[in-house]
Design a protein around this ligand. Structure first.
Ligand code: PPE
Length: 308
């Protein structure tokens, strides 16, 4: 059996903390068959005062409920209960720093696309998770390839929802990019404008102005929103605007954001070096302030920490 890096003492499921090996679901769980489930990814960090805090916990839980609403799923727990359960998972497993994965999904009972009677189940697990695109990527920048897979149209699947099935698109794009020797895929939208990475939002910088695609075809990233706030607080102009891949080629800097990826510099797209091919000053500044915020070292952003 492969080593299991996800193993912890307990997982929260449907209102109770149960041993890891008992947090199982039936193979006829409806969500397993059709991919209709909604989930979150959040990180918990040890702040400088030694206490662990979930970064923007309430915002992630809100997005979970937004996702559920979009796909007509009714979660029977309150946001407060789920946020508390996230804290419990960190505490009972003594995780201190970890990734947290709440997921709401349909259980078994009825099969078929018209089934509406399956119970909505909720689980929350936590595990230690290192640099998403590698330690090297986080320091020196990653190499991207424009994907042959297009980010789905908002009338096909709905990008404001973080739904499990959406990730088939992401996974296939990621496979393709990595198989061809790149670190990550950059997906374009149906109009050919840059959308996002397989699991990250995307930003470019040119002449001191930062641009990121509008929320038409991308996940409303919580890291994206945090970075936009950090930039504006530093009097750096940020605009939500569509741009094509060649705007990335001639950018001075580019970076990706996500809970898992945090702020990751991008040094190449489609074998074209971006700027000097090393993380630029705006990227480095954002990385530094974001890191300080995660650990409670920047008073302006302490409100983003939800202590467990
Ligand atoms: N776009 C996509 C498609 C996406 O999946 C994520 C998160 C983001 C943007 C950034 O959103 P936010 O985390 O709120 O800043 N992707 C998760 C993927 C991790 C995984 O592989 O699973 C994450 O970062 O948690």
């Amino acid at each position: 059996m492969a080593a299991n890096s996800l193993r912890t003492d307990k997982i929260w499921i449907d209102g109770a903390l149960v041993p890891y090996d008992e947090a199982n679901v039936h193979v006829l769980s409806h969500s397993l068959h059709y991919g209709l489930a909604v989930f979150e990814g959040m990180r918990c960090y040890k702040a400088d005062n030694e206490r662990s805090a979930i970064f923007r916990g309430p915002e992630h839980i809100r997005r979970l409920f937004d996702s559920a609403h979009i796909v007509e799923m009714q979660i029977l727990f309150s946001p407060e209960e789920l946020l508390k359960a996230c804290c419990d998972v960190v505490r009972v497993n003594r995780l201190e720093e970890c990734y947290l994965r709440p997921i709401a999904f349909y259980g078994e009972g009825e099969m078929g696309l018209s089934a509406r009677g399956n119970k909505v189940r909720v689980a929350i697990a936590g595990w230690p998770w290192g640099a998403y695109l590698g330690e090297d990527g986080a320091k020196k920048g990653v190499r991207l390839k424009t994907s042959s897979f297009v980010r789905f149209h908002h009338n096909s699947l709905m990008p404001l929802a973080k739904a499990s099935g959406h990730y088939v698109n992401s996974i296939l794009a990621g496979y393709e990019a990595r198989r061809n020797g790149y670190d990550e895929a950059l997906l374009l939208d149906v109009h050919g404008y840059v959308a996002e990475g397989s699991g990250e939002n995307f930003f470019i910088v040119r002449d001191g102005v930062v641009k990121t695609p509008p929320l038409n075809s991308v996940l409303p990233g919580i890291t994206r929103a945090s970075v936009m706030k950090i930039l504006r607080d530093a009097s750096i102009e940020v605009v939500e605007q569509s741009f094509s891949r060649d705007a990335v080629y001639i950018a001075d800097e580019a970076f990706m954001t996500g809970t898992a990826a945090e702020v990751t510099p991008v040094r190449e797209l489609d074998d074209r070096m971006i700027g000097g091919g090393v993380p630029g000053p705006v990227t480095l500044k954002v990385q530094e302030v974001f890191r300080a915020a995660l650990h409670g070292r920047d008073a302006r952003y302490r409100g983003w920490l939800h202590y467990v």
